[in-house]
Design a protein around this ligand. Structure first.
Ligand SMILES: [Zn+2]
Length: 123
């Protein structure tokens, strides 16, 4: 695990949680016309996506939420902050800016070259 101070870890945890809540709200808003919002639970929804929903609408948010869930899990397993490809530190500044980042800048640019139509297309 990358060498973060307790203070940095606390900041990163907050950034992850805030981003997750943002995405949750986006998904809620985009699905507002298709779901009964009274009892709508986004986490439940993610675990059981109905076939009749156009998930393309929220695919980007859902995949980022899954990345954030992974990061939050890593955070408690002391693997947080390491690039999933090369194992080097992703870096505090990058993680604060992109809490869902799973790769260091170098590996991310290689990944985007290898998968130009990948989950995060630059439109
Ligand atoms: Zn890397």
């Amino acid at each position: 695990m990358a060498n973060f101070t307790d203070n940095q870890l606390a900041q990163l945890k907050t950034a992850l949680q805030q981003r997750y809540l943002e995405l949750q709200n986006e998904v809620r808003n985009e699905l507002a016309h298709t779901q009964d919002m009274e009892n709508f639970d986004v986490t439940e929804y993610l675990n059981n996506i109905p076939d009749d929903i156009d998930t393309a609408l929220v695919d980007r948010q859902i995949s980022e939420m899954r990345e954030l869930e992974m990061s939050m899990k890593y955070l408690s397993e002391l693997e947080f902050g390491d690039c999933i490809d090369c194992g080097n530190e992703i870096g505090f500044e990058r993680l604060i800016a992109y809490p869902s980042a799973q790769r260091c800048v170098i590996c991310q640019s290689q990944y985007e070259k290898a998968f130009p139509q990948g989950p995060n297309p630059s439109l």
